[in-house]
Design a protein around this ligand. Structure first.
Ligand SMILES: Nc1ncnc2c1ncn2[C@@H]1O[C@H](COP(=O)(O)OP(=O)(O)OP(=O)(O)O)[C@@H](O)[C@H]1O
Length: 496
């Protein structure tokens, strides 16, 4: 299954070899634009080739942000690789040999066609900056790493800082879906969580969730969304990924707890993962290691988190899950190669029957936590469970591939259940298996694809429940998946 480094996309930091990709060899004369000073610009297979000096240089199409001409020159705006994780907006300009030639504009159009494929150009982006996300650097990262790239790509931008916790919910609730294509959150995973919930509060919630894609610029301490969808924790790479991103549907999960209904896009955890994250705030001085430390302490202490759990299991068998995963990947590749899957495709494909005409949120087919247990569900005591972890994306951090069978819009959550009393040695092996994405295959890991569940913590007065990394009350809740309800931007060729 997918591993972060195994994706088919090319490395954004390596421009294609110029000679090997030239179309000149194929005799395509319209691929070349003559400029003054003996410069020629040629559209190669994988990038723009600039024949000016020896050796010839090239810029991959992924890095080309925009191109335009004025009365005398042509300007190529691109993302220049400064290091293995830093891209900077840069511009090349050349005097045109024949500025008024009718060949120039079509050539620029061909260049942009290759640079963008089916991705929307000049996206209208509402940017939300959480000044307190991560170590407090989001505003600086935005100005230095992100804004120049959006500007070079001629995106329409409006920036707003979040003023308080919950502000992004209010802002997203007010956004006009006809005015904005994207909400880019310069934050951790907390602000995207709020944005999905704000969009879901709009009067025409389906339209808002379908038309406005949510993106994360990885400026927080938890940046799982960017890692999953774009494979990066670099703000400047993520900015180029938004400029070039393809719209994709993302399953969202309704959570009902008490009288509330809200949405989760990433994960829910009860037990060791929630406690290691949320219960180690006093260890912030340790930096990122605090999570691992908290995890190890509980693992070695064989901590259990007794619960009663009912699950709507859709695929129980690991071999069948593996098959479903590969089928999902193949289908996406076969039907929509360099194409864009959006929720409208999904509707045409009949995956979300009837949703087209509906404005309200999808009804809860399993009811809420206050309703009787849905038909066919059975509450099973899990008195020694150590880890209850439900994932809607694969990676929970760059080195934590917990849900390696996860797909963006298969309509299922992936659920991991691990007994808290397993041998310590096995538990430690699991830690390394998470890093290599091999947790799925371990016998002691119960891995299922599910469409909903109810969980009732017991035996403890208080504890930790984490929804998308945010703490919620330590009380029973119910979850239900909605296939492709949300929209995100994904890098072309990317899979979890
Ligand atoms: N101006 C603000 N003041 C206080 N809290 C805010 C502000 N803006 C946003 N928040 C809250 O900060 C929370 C965490 O934000 P975010 O996910 O961006 O950062 P993070 O560093 O990844 O998270 P964490 O601090 O939980 O590790 C969000 O849930 C949001 O409600």
């Amino acid at each position: 299954m997918a591993n972060g480094s195994e994706n088919s996309e090319r490395d954004p930091f390596v421009d294609p070899p110029a000679a090997a990709t030239s179309e000149q060899a194929s005799g395509d004369a319209t691929a070349t634009l003559a400029c003054g000073r003996d410069v020629a610009l040629t559209l190669g297979k994988e990038g723009l080739i600039i024949i000016e000096t020896v050796p010839t240089r090239s810029i991959s199409y992924f890095h080309i942000l925009w191109a335009e001409q004025d009365d005398s020159d042509i300007f190529i705006h691109y993302a220049q690789a400064k290091s293995s994780s830093v891209l900077r907006a840069a511009t090349l300009s050349y005097p045109l040999e024949k500025p008024s030639s009718t060949d120039v504009q079509p050539w620029i159009e061909r260049l942009l066609d290759r640079a963008y494929g089916s991705a929307q150009r000049r996206k209208r982006i509402k940017v939300l900056v959480n000044p307190f996300g991560g170590k407090g650097g989001a505003a600086r990262y935005y100005t230095r790493d992100i804004e120049p790239i959006f500007a070079a790509a001629r995106c329409e931008i409006d920036v707003e800082r979040t003023q308080f916790s919950g502000h992004a919910v209010e802002l997203a609730e007010q956004l006009d879906p006809d005015k904005w294509d994207v909400v880019a959150c310069c934050s951790g995973d907390g602000v995207p969580h709020e944005v999905f919930n704000g969009l879901a509060k709009q009067k025409d919630a389906r339209k808002a969730l379908r038309q406005i894609a949510v993106a994360q610029m990885p400026c927080g301490s938890g940046n799982a969304m960017s890692i999953n969808l774009n494979g990066t924790t670099s703000c400047s790479v993520a900015a180029v990924c938004v400029v070039k991103g393809l719209r994709r549907p993302l399953d969202l999960v309704s959570i009902t707890q008490g009288d509330k209904r809200f949405f989760s896009f990433l994960s829910q955890s009860v037990g060791i993962v929630a406690e290691s994250d949320l219960g180690t705030d006093h260890l912030r001085w340790m930096g990122d290691f605090r999570f691992t430390w908290g995890f190890l302490v509980r693992l070695l202490g064989k901590t259990v988190y007794p619960c009663d759990i009912a699950v709507a299991i859709e695929i129980a068998d690991k071999a069948a899950i593996r098959d479903a995963y590969h089928r999902g990947i193949e289908e996406a590749a076969a039907h929509l190669p360099a194409n864009q899957i959006n929720n409208d495709n999904l509707l045409e494909n009949g995956h979300v029957a009837g949703a087209e005409d509906e404005t309200d949120l999808p009804p809860l087919r399993y009811g809420t936590i206050k309703d009787p247990l849905p038909e066919g569900w059975t509450l099973v005591p899990h008195d020694t469970i150590g880890n209850f972890f439900a994932g809607n994306m694969a990676y929970m951090a760059a080195d934590a591939n917990f849900f390696s069978a996860s797909l963006p819009s298969d309509g299922y959550l992936d659920l991991i259940r691990i007994d808290g009393l397993i041998k310590r040695r096995l538990a430690l092996q699991m830690l390394t298996a998470v890093e290599s994405g091999k947790l799925f295959g371990m016998d002691a890991v119960d891995y299922t694809k599910i469409s909903g569940y109810r969980i009732i913590p017991k035996s403890r007065e208080d504890g930790y429940i984490s929804i998308d990394g945010e703490r919620v009350p330590f009380e029973q809740y119910q979850a239900e998946v909605h296939k492709g309800l949300g929209t995100v931007l994904m890098r072309d060729g990317r899979r979890y």
